[in-house]
Design a protein around this ligand. Structure first.
Ligand SMILES: NC(=O)c1ccc[n+]([C@@H]2O[C@H](COP(=O)([O-])OP(=O)(O)OC[C@H]3O[C@@H](n4cnc5c(N)ncnc54)[C@H](O)[C@@H]3O)[C@@H](O)[C@H]2O)c1
Length: 320
């Protein structure tokens, strides 16, 4: 069972709780990194669905150079154990990634089940997108080694993981988790204060709100708003973030120089931004626009196109 673990000497076994969209993707990544994965999911067909996911993800992980040298898919699948209980999936794991449904009673029930059997040095990280850490901690007697490690879908492709602990978190736990994720090829950030939706989803929500407003007000079609984002700021933002880009936009004056020059414009623009609601009418208008944008391409074709382009972009930028 012992893998080479040249990327991380301290984690050889990872526990996975929940193997849906997010958990199966995490499992694929951890297997590619040469770890043993002990996995529990309440669904009866978990073995078949997880296997199918890993087989689909494997060539993508290989393209991203995330598969440990010499490892093939059959070796990896031999390191996957589907367990009958949550406790069985975690008792020997140094790191546990929890990705069960986004409902507090489900999270609390599984924490109560695993806490008595965890190794004393185990770190448990939840993928939760929207629940507050403080509320999830109430499912623990001792939450000091329980943190948030929020990925972006799909976790085996998108590098970002957002990390959050609080005053109840033991010293060094977040840093341990950051080092672990980084050895798995991830890029981590520390969320310093608890707010709904962490950092990246708030940024997405802010941009999408205005994108919807532009469509609803008839300023541009859904397809043109998407094109404006993809061919303009989205492309730049995948290279550098907004602060750095505007600093460069100052022509060498720095971000404070940029603010002095363009601050009034931004204040006027911010004052005119919209606050739409996702009413059935707006949702239908957006769906119609997406149908035009799809131009007959199937769901599967579009997912394949998204993943192919993402992998190409990530791979190209790794070499620069
Ligand atoms: N989908 C996303 O884009 C996304 C992105 C980042 C984080 N997340 C977070 O990841 C978590 C999982 O989301 P998802 O999209 O994978 O959901 P999902 O519904 O696809 O998967 C949840 C899995 O948990 C299983 N399950 C249900 N009850 C269980 C239990 N008691 N014990 C073990 N397994 C159980 C289900 O059978 C299912 O396979 C959520 O907290 C969500 O907020 C989701």
């Amino acid at each position: 069972m012992m893998a080479s673990h040249k990327h991380d000497d301290s984690v050889s076994v990872v526990g996975i709780l929940g193997s849906g969209v997010i958990g199966a993707s995490w499992a694929s990544l951890f297997l590619a990194r040469g770890m043993q994965v002990d996995l529990f999911d309440a669904a009866p067909d978990v073995a078949a669905t997880t296997n199918a996911f890993i087989r689909r993800a494997w060539p993508q992980l290989r393209e991203l150079d995330l598969v440990e040298t010499g490892l093939d898919i059959e070796d990896a699948l031999a390191r996957l154990t589907i367990c009958d209980t949550a406790a069985a999936a975690v008792y020997r794991a140094r790191f546990v990634q929890e990705s069960v449904p986004e409902r507090m009673p489900v999270k609390h029930a599984i924490y109560a089940e695993i806490e008595p059997v965890l190794r004393p040095d185990a770190v448990v990280s939840t993928s939760s997108s929207g629940l507050l850490l403080g509320d999830m901690q109430q499912g623990w007697k001792d939450p000091s080694r329980f943190i948030l490690g929020h990925p972006f879908n799909p976790p085996h492709l998108i590098p970002l993981v957002e990390l959050l602990g609080n005053e109840k978190t033991s010293d060094g736990v977040l840093e341990f988790a950051a080092a672990f994720y980084e050895r798995c090829g991830k890029e981590t950030i520390f969320v310093r204060k608890e707010v709904p939706a962490h950092v990246a989803n708030r940024l997405q929500a802010a941009v999408w709100r205005e994108a919807i407003h532009l469509v609803a007000e008839g300023v541009a079609s859904v397809g043109d708003v998407d094109k404006a984002m993809r061919a303009g700021p989205g492309l730049r933002w995948s290279v550098m973030g907004p602060h750095m880009l505007f600093s460069l936009g100052s022509g060498g004056l720095g971000l404070d120089g940029f603010c002095a020059r363009y601050g009034d414009s931004f204040h006027t623009w911010w004052d005119s931004l919209g606050s739409p609601r996702l009413t059935p009418e707006i949702a239908a208008m957006l769906a119609d626009g997406v149908a035009d944008e799809e131009a007959g391409r199937s769901f599967e074709e579009l997912v394949e196109e998204r993943d192919r382009k993402l992998i190409a972009a990530i791979t190209a930028m790794k070499d620069i």
